[in-house]
Design a protein. Sequence first.
Lengths: 330, 341
Amino acid sequence: MSAENADPFIRMSDLTKVYKLDAGLFAAAGRWVWALNGVSIDIRRGENYGLVGESGSGKTTLARTLVQLFPQTSGRIEYFTAGDRWEITRSDPRLLRRFRSDVKYVFQDPSSSLDPRMDVLRILTTGSRYHDRSPDSGRLVSRARELMEAVGLRAEDLGRRPSEFSGGQRQRISLARALISSPSALICDEVVSALDVSIQGQILNLLIDLKRKFHLTMVFIAHDLTVVSYMADRIGVLYGGSLMEEASTSALVESPLHPYTQLLYSAIPRLGGKLPERGSTSGVPYNPTRPPSGCPFAGRCPLEQEICRTVKPELREFRPGHRVACHFVN
Amino acid sequence: MADTTILDVRGLTVDFSSGDTTLQAVRGVGFMLRTGECLGIVGESGSGKSVSALAALGLLGKDARVGGSIRLKGADVRGLAPRQLRAFRGTVASMIFQEPSRSFDPISSIGKTFQETLRVKDPGLSGAECQDRAVRLLSEVHIPRAEERLRGFPHQFSGGMLQRIMIALALANDPELLIADEPTTALDVTIQAEIIGLLNELRTRRRLSLVFISHNLSLVGQIADRILVMYAGLALEAGPTSVVLSQPRSPYTRALLNALPAWGSHYSREKLRTISGSVPDPTHHEPGCPFVPRCPLVMERCRMGIPPMVRDEREQQILAAPAEEAFGNGAYRCIQSGVKT
């Protein structure tokens, strides 16, 4: 597949995001959350890029910064399209609009991301009214009907409201909404984790069908390493707002190198698998309210040494395409 | 037999009514748990797994109509007066839930919550005695610096930490049975592994009996001795963990096992064998096997009536069946699967 060729689509360079901890009138001065600490990732055109990490690892912040739901604190996002390279900033609203109709974000919880008062047709088409310069309503409706079928729903259901659908069906509606502007990429943020086991598989299969049908690039975010490794061509492992390891899925599945990836791997409940030994999963987790220093995983790492607490390890390439941020992996 | 039965549930039914609609949440489920054993109850949302557990401890509200027999340590739970039932809870059996952060009173310190719980059994306990007991309980669940933690409030703890505190609280009055309802679902995988490890440890150390409820079959496989698979308020399969996971007899169990990617599988090589459709509407149960609309083996006979739970002939050696529905032996509810697989 196109995963092997390195045609870039989105390049994130040294992205950081620092949030103010308390917002509002009574905000305590000077309390911050370091959510992203210099993440560089290339998303290649046509690939499925998987992002995995525990809660608080920064995966959602990264995805939302990528589509500029909020601006990054520092770093750069470049967008490659039609032979050109653009830097995405909020100061260029026209470019931003074009980028956002080409790269669509799909939310985790379909019941809270669909407006309950709108019928499905309005849900699907509202966004396009802002993106297209001359929205042709007839064309939009036929596109909406076509997409309903593509996601496995019936075109007749366009008049119904979200509450009349099950969770899995609502996630299908979210996908149809994302696809209405004919994007090149979908950013899928934990899109199956709120669904029943039997429904999760249906949505994963649907995503693959849609990817093939519409030639989509996908960023697939989940906390479940098994699901990510099924869905992704390449995987980035995030912890404490930093990229700990990045490799092709087969390399990561066969030989995870970073101690954190190995920990995630050992914690997967597997049929007939053994539990990790007690203590191996504990330790002091990354504290995002302290200015980062050293390796974010140091407090939980079995290989931890003095240097890990003071010097942040660089991402180094161990094998072609397999990058690891650790002082002691060899 | 040296083994004693701590929980014996037979023919359990639970209905909820509102207006003219009746929701049949549980439609005749039986299971049995021996002291020190772990029973895993697996099912998707709406399968009736949580409601069965709540019914077992008499925790359902007035709007629930419960039928069947529930014996907890020999006592008939349905016949107990509210006060007797309260005395049972915490001391004989206790329960932990999915979201630990919602199970705590946000304005009580952890220490105060322990005090309240400990005084249910021993109203005369002094503050210092409560503190001592709480510290011991917290160290049993591996919470460091316990004295200091007792002064903390729920919002100051992570989800994994709170779930461990919840477990310590549930154990405060030395129950013999713990029911854990999706205790790790809201937690990260690494924390989940930690909690499962802790529960396993407590089982051995305290000879605690455990009912572990989850939608995740492989997770249940890591802790349960026996598994009960529920669907639409019915048990569809039951048996020893290794048998249910490696040679499932019910098409539903098989479908559940196949529905999610296996480690090492990849979309470019294989499509997931998913279960089409969705779980049935609990207010409108069709006659017949509830899995009919989604089942690959379906035949006309399957629609005629709910198939009975039949014993798995491979389990002959361990058969000592007290009742057809009583859980403890390999059994499944399918008229197709038994013929040939």
